[in-house]
Design a protein around this ligand. Sequence first.
Ligand code: GDP
Ligand code: IMO
Ligand code: MG
Length: 420
Amino acid sequence: MVDVILGLQWGDEGKGKIVDYFAKDYDVVARFQGGPNAGHTLYVEDKKVVLHQIPSGVFQKNKLNLIGNGVVLDPITLKRECDTVASFGVDLRKNLFIAERTHIILPTHRALDKAAELSKGNQKIGSTLKGIAPAYMDKTGRNGLRVGDLLDKNFTTAYIKLRLKHQRLLDNFSFDEDITAWEEEFFEALEFLKQLNIVNGEYFINEQIQAGKRVLAEGAQGSMLDIDFGTFPFVTSSNTISAGVCSGLGIAPQKIRDVIGVTKAYCTRVGSGPFPTELENETGEELRKIGNEFGATTGRPRRCGWIDLVALQFACMINGVTKIVMTKADVLDAFKHLEVCTHYKVNGKESREIPFRLDRLMVEPVYKAFPGWNTTTSAAKSFEELPETMKTYVDFINQYLGVSVNYISNGPGRDQIISI
Ligand code: GDP
Ligand code: IMO
Ligand code: MG
């Protein structure tokens, strides 16, 4: 049996905290896509940890964590992260596994990411510059190197060949930054990576499922950043939606039970691209300040706005969401007045659909107003303690989406979550 936790918006919904919380009830936690562009925040012994590559189940005792084949892996980031995680006493030899089919991010992928973004000028995607798109391009272009290749005696030859190819591309971009230091660190990190548990991911996970173990698949980014269904081209380079779980881990669709979608009680986006409910005003600033909306990976300020039910409904549809977790409800505590986007006005016509190119249309959000609860909710431990105004807000969302909010997260802490 496999359940999935994934983001329903443009990323940073709080997946890390939620996976850490749910992981208690599972035996295996597996990342199925994305790479170090992800920044999943959780708190361990009151210390903040941001995970980029390692699944967020790693701090729960006696769980197995798998980096699946759908992930792109930066050995340098992984090594640093392993050091952090190990400093909490976690034994990674026992509980971290890496699929041999996982593609490796090379230093030249990072350089190419940077060069490509620079060349786009004001059309830039706002990439995290972690080498994600170039690494996935080498995967689909059938050039990439995979973790399993590390154990092959011809690895260095294959590396040099691919690096040469990258160099020609970098020359075309007139990119002349020296990446020797990155390369040195990369090769050191590869030696470290070789010492970890490299497994055949698809047999590993299916044997676990066969043995009746409970698997939790952890998504990165969010549905609106999906390569197929997101706001293309302002997206990431993987399938972030539930369909990605099958190809990213090697499991059959009928093994998936719950798809748990995570959404903020409002909405954020980091990087470029359309964001219909964005508030470029004082309210937006307030959301950013109170919600501490700064990227966990890049530190960039996140763009903030009201919750967008048109986009959420779309995300529920393409993912087959069965349960919703609403995070950061406490951030709305300070607001006297809330709005919820129920429709878009596209060329003067009301619509409840995500159009083909959101970025090329004049889309005006249509809102329904709600009174804020304007009271502190972060100490609440049960649904009964929550203000009626919050319940009305959540009820409206449930009705609109036809899927229920089953959990409300009311603070970043491990125990700040309320089951409904
Ligand atoms: P992820 O990428 O989806 O894991 O999310 P991030 O870690 O990038 O961003 C979520 C941020 O919100 C982190 O700083 C979390 O500590 C914080 N957070 C998560 N849930 C809550 C919540 O319910 N309330 C508040 N105030 N902060 C939260
Ligand atoms: P988590 O897992 C928020 C955004 C970038 C950029 C676009 C493409 O923490 O939710 P990329 O580096 O993938 O080429 O960037 O996607 N992006 C994210 N935004 N959260 C993330 O991950 C993101 N990963 C990528 O800002 O707009
Ligand atoms: Mg994040």
